[in-house]
Design a protein around this ligand. Structure first.
Ligand SMILES: [Zn+2]
Length: 199
């Protein structure tokens, strides 16, 4: 424990996801001890991100414009939509360079324990996107855990009867984890080996 604001700073970093008490302390002391560290730059950046970054009106990805760079890219195929839970999953899949279609970010996964139902996710927006018949394949790339599976099952029951080709990433992804933790090669292979979901 430290006195006053040093401890406040450590506590604040410790509240961030994935940062334990030791890392929080390390970051705080890095800031204290590094002469070249510019707190103004960091605080301005944080304020700008909170002010300027929003969610793409089409796919829900993070963007500084109304539509994200992927939705605006004419080289991407509008016939395939990959459905993911979070914007960070878009980044993970983009790193594999396996996918040239568009995305749809749900904003989470179905989880009765956490009180998250289908209406809390961007499923209605997905159905709107599918209404004009441009899309012929939907790849469901939810996380390989209970909530991700529940969400995938819910979506397949909606989408398969619509006559769409519905696919799921191949197994081989670390079960119970997040998509973002899979390495690029594994995720790329899971993409390539995706299987068609029946009704
Ligand atoms: Zn977008």
């Amino acid at each position: 424990m430290y006195d006053g604001i040093v401890q406040d700073l450590i506590d604040e970093f410790g509240r961030l996801p994935g940062i334990g008490p030791k890392s929080a302390q390390r970051i705080a002391f890095h800031i204290l001890q590094t002469e070249s560290f510019d707190p103004t730059h960091l605080s301005e950046l944080l304020a700008a991100v909170k002010e300027r970054v929003r969610f793409c009106e089409v796919c829900g990805n993070v963007t500084e414009t109304e539509r994200c760079s992927i939705c605006r890219d004419p080289r991407r195929s509008p016939a395939v939509i990959c459905v993911v839970e979070e914007a960070k999953d878009v980044a993970a899949i983009e790193r594999t360079r396996e996918f040239r279609g568009l995305y749809h970010v749900l904003g989470g996964a179905i989880s009765p324990i956490d009180g998250v139902g289908p209406d809390d996710l961007r499923i209605r927006q997905l159905m709107t996107r599918l209404a004009d018949g441009t899309v012929d394949e939907v790849i469901i790339a939810t996380d390989p855990n209970l909530e991700g599976e529940a969400t995938a099952t819910y979506l397949s029951r909606l989408l398969v009867p619509m006559g769409l080709r519905v696919t799921r990433l191949a197994s081989g992804l670390p079960v119970g984890g997040d998509l973002e933790y899979a390495d690029e090669v594994t995720l790329g292979r899971a993409f390539e080996g995706r299987r068609v979901v029946g009704s």
